[in-house]
Design a protein around this ligand. Structure first.
Ligand code: HEC
Length: 171
């Protein structure tokens, strides 16, 4: 468990904090009236906040079939998710913006869903043999549509930084 936490922390530390000052500068886009963001454009660096009902509907359907049994119908997570379950494994955290999924850039979120966390000592199943990348993207699209806009914006800036770091060859 420790190893996993350290692993994730290392990946998300850069850029999560210290973004609050600029958050207000990049708020009010049209879609925020609907609360539905579009974080999964073809190119990650042209991510737009926009309303895409088709992706939303597909993502929601897939989410209900594959993820809701553990993460809750609205992504609210397991009851008392912050307490470890009996075997010392994590309970399913919320995905609705009240947990820490927003700390993770898109490539990490996709990796968690594709590969699960068993190899890191966690309980999240791997989905790469059951869902296509596009399906996973649509689910994550739906997930992010549930986030409050401040959370989404903080994620967005963090994700931009992760993309820049990756482009420069850093992990
Ligand atoms: C059998 C229960 C279970 C199912 C089904 C499940 N998850 Fe999870 N998920 C977990 C657990 C437990 C964790 C915490 C993993 C850990 O800490 O090792 C987790 C973690 C995550 C995280 C990381 C969250 C964070 O705060 O870092 C994401 C994202 C996620 N799951 C998405 C999904 C999606 C999308 C689906 C459906 C395709 C799904 N999960 C299906 C149990 C599940």
């Amino acid at each position: 468990m420790k190893g996993r936490e350290m692993h994730i922390n290392k990946l998300v530390l850069s850029g999560v904090f210290g973004v609050s000052l600029i958050i207000t500068a990049c708020s009010d886009q049209g879609s925020q009236q609907t609360g539905i963001a579009n974080p999964v454009g073809e190119k990650a660096d042209v991510i737009q906040l926009s309303y895409d009902p088709e992706k939303y509907t597909k993502g929601l359907e897939l989410y209900q079939g594959a993820c809701a049994s553990c993460h809750g119908k609205q992504g609210e997570g397991a009851l008392n998710w912050q307490q470890k379950a009996t075997q010392g494994k994590a309970k399913p955290p919320p995905l609705n913006g009240t947990g820490h999924a927003w700390h993770h850039p898109m490539h990490i979120l996709k990796g968690v869903v594709r590969n699960g966390t068993a190899r890191l000592g966690g309980n999240m199943p791997a989905w790469k043999d059951k869902l296509t990348d596009e399906q996973i993207q649509n689910i994550l699209y739906w997930m992010q549509s549930q986030w409050p806009k401040e959370i989404y914006n903080a994620w967005y800036l963090n994700n931009q930084e992760a993309l820049r770091n990756r482009a420069r060859g850093k992990k």
